[in-house]
Design a protein around this ligand. Structure first.
Ligand code: CTP
Length: 404
């Protein structure tokens, strides 16, 4: 899909202060964001913040600009999704009743796209039968997706269900609404992050992988309808909504977690995407106590870790699970492709996503080349979520029986 258009409608709740964070995350993931403020939202948040962030005019009056009375029609036509963040109890009531007396309700009534609702309100308001009636009516009408509210502390300090979902979860829901469901019924296993090998209780050998690529793939696969198991080394990233995460530390632990996720005879998954930077070596011995400095040089004997992907490649007999490897190199593009080709055969995988270390580690974007037996396709610089989609597109195309 070309750049998706999200009409981000903000209504009058204190949680409105989080809407610019949602806007920022949407922009980072490649969306165009058109802000829409209701009259009461303007009490909580300024237009300048939103126009500065999004580079767009902020709409709030149905009669603001253009041909009078047509703005809601224009916005409804442009929107690939309308996201109401936060959605107050009053907004839910008005949407459920089919009102059209302000720009938001008129746009929503006019639109054919999905409306993502992120309610935020005092817990008693959420649990009130009137609100629950409105939620049920909206769900029955269709084309709406609720994200939250969640259990937590609300602005008053009270605890209950009424707190707005976190911005990342809202953005995941918006991208799910925008996504094809071409991975429905599939189980995708993704490995991510570094592996870490302990030397003693306070020191380890690791690498610079941050896990961003694997987490982006897990998030996109989930949005496209897959069941996703994410085997993650130690990283500081939030779990994408709806993804089953298994945390591991060393390569041997990752091997065991992958075996459990793939199941006997590897029959439990449709694809394995190995983004993890698995450490190739581990110390022969891990000291149970802190290694003390004694002024002399210290040698640490390292032993080889198994090549997890190659082991799985060697065991696979049929077309599934599809196997996707990553190759990180420090050579030029020709060297990168040559090294990827070697890994393609030695690990017996379907394709390799090859990238240079400097282009990928820790960054939000990546310059990658997709290398298969018969092609090397440079993808240019893409943000990691877009790259995740390109990789998943190839996976979908290569599933046995897929239309070409
Ligand atoms: N990989 C693996 N187990 C290892 C090392 C790597 O499963 N012990 C996987 C990675 O997850 C990746 C692919 O193999 O998908 C290639 O990883 P990379 O580090 O580029 O290659 P290596 O095989 O380790 O080769 P080298 O480090 O010598 O380039």
């Amino acid at each position: 899909m070309s750049r998706p258009v999200v009409v981000l409608a903000i209504t009058g709740s204190i949680a409105a202060y989080k809407a610019p964070i949602v806007a920022r995350l949407l922009l980072k993931r490649g969306a165009r964001v058109i802000p829409l403020l209701t009259k009461s939202a303007r009490e909580f948040i300024g237009s300048a913040t939103l126009s500065g962030l999004t580079g767009e005019r902020v709409h709030s009056s149905a009669f603001g600009e253009g041909v009078a009375g047509e703005l809601h029609v224009d916005l409804a036509k442009q929107a690939d999704v309308i996201a109401v963040v936060p959605a107050t109890a009053d907004t839910l009531a008005r949407l459920a009743a089919g009102r059209a007396d302000d720009l938001l309700t008129a746009t929503a009534l006019c639109a054919k796209c999905t409306v993502v609702l992120a309610p935020a309100m005092f817990p008693n308001m959420w649990s009130h039968p009137a609100t629950q009636r409105n939620v049920a009516a909206l769900a029955e009408d269709g084309r709406v997706v609720f994200v939250g509210p969640v259990l937590g502390e609300v602005a008053s300090g009270d605890l209950g269900v009424g707190r707005m979902a976190e911005p990342e979860a809202i953005v995941d829901a918006i991208f799910s609404a925008l996504s094809p469901r071409d991975l429905e019924g599939r189980h995708i296993v993704v490995s991510a992050g570094p592996t870490i090998e302990d030397l003693d209780p306070v020191r380890f050998i690791g690498n610079r992988s941050t896990g961003k690529m694997g987490f982006a793939i897990a998030s996109r696969a989930k949005s496209r309808g897959a069941r996703v198991t994410l085997v993650a080394g130690p990283v500081a990233l939030a779990t994408p909504s709806g993804v089953h995460r298994v945390d591991v530390r060393g390569a041997l632990e990752m091997r065991a977690a992958l075996a459990a996720a793939l199941g006997p005879d590897l029959a439990g998954a449709d694809a394995l995407i190995m983004t993890a930077a698995v450490g190739d070596y581990r110390p022969r011995d891990t000291s149970p106590t802190k290694i003390k400095r004694d002024g002399k040089p210290l040698s640490i004997e390292l032993v080889g870790n198994p090549d997890l992907l190659a082991e799985i490649g060697a065991r696979r007999s049929g077309a599934l699970p599809m196997l996707v490897g990553f190759a990180v190199e420090t050579s030029d593009e020709a060297g990168l492709i040559a090294a990827a080709r070697v890994k393609l055969t030695s690990k017996r995988v379907d394709f390799i996503v090859a990238n240079q270390a400097a282009d990928s580690f820790g960054r939000d974007d990546n310059r990658a080349v997709l290398v298969s037996a018969d092609a090397a396709e440079p993808l240019g610089v893409l943000d990691k979520f877009t790259l995740a989609d390109r990789i998943l597109d190839r996976v979908v195309q290569r599933f046995p029986g897929a239309a070409t």
